[in-house]
Design a binder for this molecule. Structure first.
Ligand SMILES: [Zn+2]
Length: 291
């Protein structure tokens, strides 16, 4: 398991970007070929953590050409505008809808602050359209030195979600599409309002076929695959069963039940936010149960 900022493969650097204003909650990745890619800008305040890591590890900022964003949420796309200010040769690569939100994040920002209060960091818009590039399912970007990044459309957590696969290291960057990973365990990443159970499972099955050796979660850290993908599927069905049984209750009671049963070794997010996160996850799951 990899939980600290540092190289986890010869050409893959993991950075704890202190997303959600807390350590060990969001990880971004830097992939180094002849050209350099960043996966996940994180929150707006995470951008400086990435830039610091580039300095600390002596990585040439001029060579950063690609910034991949897994989906529209502010804790993933939020660092984009800050990053491209400093990384002059980089462009943002994401789903068409993610780019739309990046150009005009107003509505999403309002929802984020409403739901998460002081932890919900609004993002700045990216106004220069020439820095935004749409990616498509199955597209492959060659960084040189045998490092290629495959973009895989994986809806479910959101409709615009992409995972990224680096073939040489058999490394899958899961974004929010595989779950929330903490203490060796994975939980469904069912944040509202766009979670859809059926597409979420289908997307996990889609990337399972790649048989990745290592998984890099956005929340949080990396781990050799082993049984993690199977566990991600199993736990998502387990929650489905629980939530179907409790469906007549409100999200708060379901969230509290989930927190009592699955929250004990869940260390992501600030401790005073954790119980609330389970209520939010319950709400998203309830909403996406039959979708
Ligand atoms: Zn998300």
């Amino acid at each position: 398991m990899y939980n600290e900022t540092g190289f986890i493969r010869e050409n893959i650097l993991m950075v704890d970007v202190k997303g959600w204003r807390y350590k060990h909650t969001t990880s971004s990745y830097v992939i180094i070929g002849d050209e350099i890619a960043i996966i996940e800008p994180g929150n707006k305040s995470s951008a400086k953590e990435i830039l610091n890591a580039l300095n600390e590890f002596g990585i040439d900022k001029e060579k950063v050409k690609y910034i991949f964003v897994s989906h529209r949420h502010a804790d993933h796309a939020g660092g984009s505008s800050e990053l491209i200010k400093e990384l002059k040769n980089a462009k943002i690569f994401a789903h068409e809808y993610t780019l739309k939100i990046l150009m005009d994040p107003e509505k999403l920002n309002r929802a984020t602050v409403e739901m998460y209060g002081e932890f919900g960091e609004p993002m700045d818009p990216v106004l220069d359209k020439s820095r935004l590039v749409e990616i498509h399912d199955g597209e492959e970007i060659d960084l040189g030195k045998g490092i290629k990044i495959l973009a895989i459309h994986t809806p479910g957590h959101t409709s615009d979600h992409f995972m990224f696969f680096e073939e040489r290291n058999s490394f899958l960057f899961t974004g929010d599409g595989m779950g929330l990973f903490s203490n060796g365990k994975v939980l469904p990443n069912s944040f509202p309002p766009s979670f859809k159970f059926n597409s979420y499972i289908e997307s996990i099955e889609k990337v399972r076929k790649l048989n990745p050796r290592i998984l890099g979660f956005a929340h949080f850290g990396s781990i050799e695959n082993g049984a993690i993908i199977e566990n991600a599927i199993k736990i998502t069905y387990e929650w489905k069963e629980i939530i179907e049984k409790m469906k007549e209750k409100d999200a708060e009671s379901i969230g509290n039940f989930l927190y009592e049963n699955y929250g004990m070794d869940f260390n992501l997010f600030s401790p005073d936010l954790r119980k609330y996160i389970f209520i939010i996850l319950a709400q998203g799951f309830l909403n996406g149960l039959d979708k």
